[in-house]
Structure formats: structure tokens, C-alpha cells
Design a protein around this ligand. Structure first.
Ligand SMILES: Cc1ncc(COP(=O)(O)O)c(C=O)c1O
Length: 400
């Protein structure tokens, strides 16, 4: 008898229903492959929304975690530990910035970015007290805190969680004129995803990000790039901003930084920006803990080789070609950057959820978003043959 149905029921019994997972119960994983409680294997084409860029249980990361578990796991930031300096220096170098501020989840990195931008606005730019505003984009996804959902345009994420935090102006994504018009003397930052992941891997028009960079420089406004999902190799470059030759004032990082083992996020910026924070003004008990730093330092070292970025760029071409071949065969649009794809399924055929359920039956795990879109974001260790396999399964699902 299969264990999955009862394991799904048990998993749902004592939890709030704030997720609607696919009915698969995973018990082990390696590289790009997952195994469920009934021994069935699945190709992971979601990779924890990019948190597993290096695959499940990458040997170098697991070794670092094991070694650290045997020595020291937590100190709080009241004391300094011996993993901290290397992590901060190596991540700052990867980002080309002076300083980093480690936190845990992506939402915390976003909150940190907002706080730093506001303080910078008051102390450096000279914005009048309480007047700072930040320009954000329609269709954004930056996390789930009360402040962050205050400027979400997704009703599911936002409705009934007010009163909302003021100080945000929402403009259409990809529209440089609208963004420029929204900036006033109290604007301290523009906060954007260089590619909108949750929205369905939405890529802005060419020239948009360089245009944002230019207007931010001209108007003395910080450009904050939320690279929590797009960064750290996913798009075929270290940062999605690199693809457009753009350097933001602040990078927000998370997900893959923790190597799929621990939650690690960070803000990276120069000292004229991050230097506005003084003791007592921001922090987190777990931020920058020894285990997190040990794992994340190895993540940075994996990225410093450039191998994962190259792999993502090269295999991304294969993924793109394979998906484009499905246009008109159940697929109405595809958007691909590196090993990251948004695939719009013909809504007349099936929903994104149905497509993912049928893919699951064929041993491929992916995630739908916004009705008829599915997102593919396999671990960057996936092979060419495995990409072909995933595309063949999608073709079979669409052919019915
Ligand atoms: C672009 C972006 N920012 C922030 C977040 C929030 O990260 P977390 O879920 O770790 O709080 C996400 C999560 O999906 C994201 O995609």
C-alpha cells in the first residue's frame, strides 16, 4: 500500500493552510533528484525557489555544515565568532561592495534594505523627518511581513492584513517614464526585482534596468536590487543585474546563500550606505550565526569559481530552445534567463496547477503561479539530458 495518501493527510492535519503543496511527500534527495516516502523519484525543477541552486546536499556544503556542527553553532552577535570575518569579506568581494549585513530570511533582508534606505534618506540625503518614500513595482514579490505586503499588488498577499505601512509608491514594472515621474525630493530608494520571479519570471524591457540606474544616480536615490531569487547564479550570471551591466547601490540576497541547508540572507552595499546603521538600530539573534556563515562562505566560494554561472548560461540555452519548441503546442509564451523559465500554458488546455500535477505524475516537480504559468528553476547541477527529460515530460503533459 502506498504511504503517500496518509502522509499527505497527516501533514495537513495540524498545520495552518497557508500553502497548497503538491501531494508529494519527499523523504530524501541528492543533486537534482528527490525521492518520496514510496520510493518514487522526481526531477526537482523548482529547487526551493532558487534556494537549492547548488542541488540537494552539495558535498562541499554538507561537509562545511557537518564540520561546523561539531565545533560551534550559535553565539548571537553579542560575541564575534571565527566564521564571521571570512563570510563577510568574501561575500562583499563577490558583490563588489564594502560591507554586508547578514540576516536569515529574504523578507528580513528586504526589511533591512528599507530601514537602511530610510535612515540614509534622513541622515545623508536630508529628507524631512517622516517623509521618506520608496518607489516599487507592480507585480512585485519581496516577502510576507506587514510592511512588505503593504506595497504588494497581489490581493491574496495583501488583503485583510492592514493597517498598511505608508511610504511606498507603486509604478508599472518596466515603465521607466512612470518610475521617473514617481520620484520626488523625498524618494530615498527604488526597490525592484531585476526579474520578477513570483510574477512568472517577468523580464523587463531591454534598457530598463540601466535607465533605472541612471535616474537613481541623477536624482540621488538608492537603487535596491532584490536578487533574493534571481541572484547567485540562477540567470547565468552572479546577479541578474550583471546581464544588463547594472550595479545597484544595494543587493538583497537570500535563498541560495544558505546552500539549501540553513536560512541565510544578507544586504550588501558600500559604507556610505550601510554605514548609517549604528549599534542597537538593527539586528537578529540568528543573523550571521556560525553555522550559517560556514555554509554561506562555501556558497560564495562555489560562486567565485564562475562554474555555476557558466553552467546556468549554457544549459539555459538548451532549456530555452526546448521550451520554445513547445510554442503553439500548448504553450503560449516562454521567458527564459539562464536556468529560470516562466512558461505560460494555454488556459484553454489546463491550469498551471493541473500542468504541475500531471508533471508530478510523470516524475517532474515544478510550481505554478498566477493561474496558467508554470515556473521552472532546476538546480544548476542539472544535466543536459535531465533538461531534455523535463521538457519531454512537459510536452507529453500538454499533448494530453
Ligand atoms: C524576490 C524575492 N524577495 C524576497 C523573498 C522573500 O524571501 P523569504 O521567503 O526567504 O522571506 C522572495 C521569496 O520568494 C523573493 O522571491
Amino acid at each position: 500500500m502506498l504511504r503517500t495518501p496518509s502522509a499527505v493527510r497527516e501533514a495537513e492535519r495540524h498545520t495552518a493552510h497557508n500553502y497548497h503543496p503538491l501531494p508529494v511527500v519527499v523523504s530524501s534527495a541528492e543533486g537534482a533528484w528527490l525521492t518520496d516516502v514510496d520510493g518514487r523519484r522526481y526531477l526537482d525543477c523548482l529547487a526551493g525557489y532558487s534556494a537549492l541552486n547548488f542541488g540537494h546536499r552539495h558535498p562541499q556544503l554538507i561537509e562545511a555544515a557537518h564540520a561546523q556542527l561539531d565545533r560551534l553553532t550559535l553565539t548571537s552577535r553579542a560575541f564575534i565568532h571565527d566564521q564571521f570575518a571570512d563570510f563577510c569579506r568574501e561575500l562583499a568581494e563577490l558583490c563588489g561592495k564594502d560591507l554586508v549585513l547578514p540576516m536569515n530570511t529574504g523578507a528580513e533582508a528586504v526589511e533591512t534594505g528599507i530601514k537602511v534606505a530610510r535612515k540614509w534618506g534622513y541622515q545623508v540625503k536630508g529628507v524631512a523627518p517622516g517623509q521618506a518614500n520608496i518607489v516599487v513595482a507592480e507585480g512585485n514579490f519581496h516577502g510576507r511581513t506587514t510592511t512588505i505586503v503593504s506595497f504588494s499588488t497581489d490581493e491574496d498577499a495583501r488583503a485583510d492584513f492592514g493597517p498598511y505601512t505608508p511610504g511606498f509608491t507603486v509604478v508599472p514594472y518596466g515603465d521607466l517614464a512612470a518610475l521617473t515621474a514617481a520620484i520626488d525630493e523625498n524618494t530615498v530608494a527604488v526597490l525592484l526585482e531585476p526579474i520578477q520571479g513570483e510574477q512568472g519570471v517577468v523580464i523587463p524591457p531591454e534598457g530598463y534596468l540601466p535607465g533605472v540606474r541612471e535616474v537613481c544616480t541623477e536624482r540621488n536615490v538608492l537603487f535596491i536590487a532584490d536578487e533574493i531569487q534571481s541572484g547567485l547564479g540562477r540567470t547565468g550570471a552572479t546577479f541578474a543585474c550583471d546581464l544588463e551591466g547594472v550595479v545597484p547601490d544595494m543587493y538583497l540576497l537570500g535563498k541560495a546563500l544558505g546552500g539549501g541547508i540553513v536560512p541565510v540572507s544578507a544586504v550588501a552595499a558600500n559604507s556610505d550606505v550601510l554605514g548609517v546603521l549604528k549599534p542597537g538600530q538593527h539586528g537578529s539573534t540568528f543573523g550571521g550565526n556560525p553555522l550559517a556563515c560556514a555554509v554561506a562562505t562555501e556558497v560564495v566560494r562555489l560562486l567565485a569559481t564562475g562554474d555555476f554561472q557558466r553552467r546556468s548560461a549554457e544549459l539555459g540555452e538548451r532549456l530555452k530552445a526546448g521550451l520554445e519548441a513547445l510554442l503553439g503546442k500548448g504553450v503560449v509564451a516562454v521567458r527564459v534567463r539562464g536556468l529560470w523559465a516562466g512558461v505560460d500554458i494555454d488556459p484553454a488546455l489546463m491550469t498551471g496547477r493541473q500542468a504541475c500535477e500531471r508533471l508530478m505524475e510523470r516524475g517532474v516537480l515544478a510550481k505554478d503561479t498566477h493561474g496558467s504559468t508554470i515556473r521552472l528553476a532546476p538546480p544548476l547541477v542539472i544535466t543536459a539530458d535531465e533538461i531534455d527529460h523535463a521538457i519531454a515530460q512537459l510536452a507529453a503533459v500538454l499533448a494530453g
